[in-house]
Design a protein around this ligand. Sequence first.
Ligand code: AMP
Ligand code: ZN
Length: 112
Amino acid sequence: MSAGCIFCRIIKGEIPSKNIFEDDDVLVFHDIHPIAPVHFLIVPKLHIESLASAKHSDQVLLGKMLLLAPKLATELGLEGFRTMINTGREGGQDVFHIHIHVFGGGANLPKT
Ligand code: AMP
Ligand code: ZN
């Protein structure tokens, strides 16, 4: 837990979220400002600031997060999806608690 971290506060239940999946390691919830018809975030319960600060000991957790993307996308009826991990200010990261964005649900996905 990191004081003041918005995702830690969501994980603690202090801020409401529209959850899709939860277990001991991970919370998945809909993004509050979706930029695709379906846009959810895969967030570890462990406070890791970013992909740049992830450690070798986080390897299993990161793999678990990645494998949740296709599983949950399928459960939500998506035929395809896009993943994104913003890293650092220059990488467009606003919330410094690592998360995987998953986008899907139509042809209007933002182009990169
Ligand atoms: P990033 O720019 O990669 O750090 O993405 C942070 C994401 O968190 C943005 O897409 C925000 O819309 C989303 N976000 C911020 N606050 C909340 C919240 N309270 N509930 C759900 N998503 C949020
Ligand atoms: Zn956090």
